[in-house]
Design a protein around this ligand. Structure first.
Ligand code: NAD
Ligand code: WQD
Length: 342
């Protein structure tokens, strides 16, 4: 297949999707976006084009489960590969709304695979998650660590991986990476794109940013009695631009894959909540009050990846530092105090 490839990006208006669209436009790809804006604003796509200085080939406000609408997209565009971000992703909400989560995340993936199949499209990069490892016994976590999802959201991601494995058995031409992201944070260095959660953020980084800007009084640190070096939860944070770059590199390596290959997308560096608070203070120059509260149900002490397999496969690794992650989030927050709503 000769360049430029046309890439269909589902969920392209979301946090990771929008940054990935910029990366793809920067590298000359033609990009078609499908998003129903269940958790995003169309403004994100206006900004994608502004940052990249190039237009998206097309944008469709449709639900990936709508096979008829998706079929039209595949009929209009010569899709060479698909990056499938579209999904619901809130762990707590998935416990309340399991049917919605299975319907959207698994149903969206099977609909997409059916339409890809009908149009002979065989290249896919799928958004998976470290959450499928559950409470991993061994740290660092390799791709061989067992899957043990502990909530419906994580189960949907594991189930989608199993669907992909079974579909590949039936359809040997399918070439797919399932990228298991650890904790993506950060923002585009232009400060035009970032994470814009609706309502009260459930993830630590956007919450910290809102405390720093004065939208929230203080952050609750969920437990200081974990078996970690300072008692607070340790995670493997990765800059969203490294995640975006990882998707572009994945596209370049898709033709080497047979079937589906799962890869951790992470840095391998663990950071505690208190270390993150300190880094955000450095980045913002703001005090960032916090209080120690009870553990959050379902949390685990440490989630740190072994990122070696991706490096061996692609000769690539995530390079951006925690200070860059916090600095970019802070600049986005300063320039967009109420996100994309302004
Ligand atoms: P996000 O909510 O910002 O983006 C998801 C996008 O998909 C949104 O724009 C939403 O409107 C869209 N969408 C959802 N359901 C849809 C549907 N049925 N049809 C069309 N569009 C739909 O989330 P994100 O953080 O950018 O995550 C992207 C992907 O990465 C998701 O699959 C998520 O599960 C996965 N992931 C995210 C993280 C994280 O911490 N952000 C970690 C691991 C994996
Ligand atoms: C990080 C750390 C909290 C908020 C989630 C999903 C996972 C994946 C990545 C999608 C933990 C602590 C948090 C707060 C805190 N997403 N914390 N105060 O839970 O590691 O992972 O995002 O696939 O599936 O579960 O991320 O940002 O919520 O928490 O102390 O207000 O910060 O206890 O140690 P998590 P998080």
């Amino acid at each position: 297949m000769s360049l430029p490839w046309t890439i269909l990006v589902t969920g392209g208006a979301g946090f990771i999707g929008s940054h990935t669209c910029v990366e793809l436009l920067d590298y000359g790809y033609e990009v078609v976006v499908v998003d129903n804006h269940a958790n995003s604003s169309p403004e994100a796509l206006a900004r994608v084009q502004k940052v990249a200085g190039r237009p998206l080939a097309a944008v469709y406000t449709i639900d990936v489960r709508d096979r008829a609408a998706l079929t039209e997209v595949f009929e209009r565009h010569p899709v060479d590969a698909v990056i499938h971000f579209a999904a619901h992703k809130a762990v707590g909400e998935s416990v309340e709304l399991p049917i919605d989560y299975y319907d959207n995340n698994v149903g969206g993936t099977t609909a997409l695979l059916a339409v890809m199949n009908a149009h002979g499209v065989h290249r896919l990069v799928f958004s998976s998650s470290c959450s499928l490892y559950g409470n991993a016994e061994r740290i660092p976590i390799t791709e061989q660590s067992p899957a043990a999802p502990t909530n419906p959201y994580a189960s949907t991601k594991w189930m989608c991986e199993q669907v992909l494995t079974d579909v590949c058995r039936h359809r040997p031409d399918l070439q797919a990476f399932s990228l298991r992201y650890f904790n993506p944070v950060g923002a585009h260095p232009s400060a035009l794109l970032g994470e814009d959660p609706l309502g009260i953020p459930s993830n630590v980084m956007p919450y910290l940013a809102q405390v720093a800007i004065g939208r929230r009084e203080k952050i609750s640190v969920f437990g200081d009695d974990w078996p970690t070096h300072d008692g607070t939860g340790v995670r493997d944070y990765i800059h969203v631009m490294d995640v975006a770059e990882g998707h572009r590199i994945a596209l370049e390596h898709l033709d080497e894959v047979r079937g589906v290959r799962a890869l951790n997308l992470a840095t391998g560096v663990g950071t505690s909540v208190l270390e993150l608070v300190a880094a955000f203070r450095r980045a913002s120059g703001r005090p960032i009050p916090y209080e120690i509260t009870a553990r959050r149900p379902g949390d685990v002490a440490r989630l740190i990846a072994d990122p070696g397999e991706i490096e061996r496969a692609w000769g690539w690794r995530a390079t951006r530092t925690l200070d860059q992650m916090c600095g970019d989030v802070w600049r986005f927050q300063l320039d967009n105090p109420v996100g994309y709503q302004a």
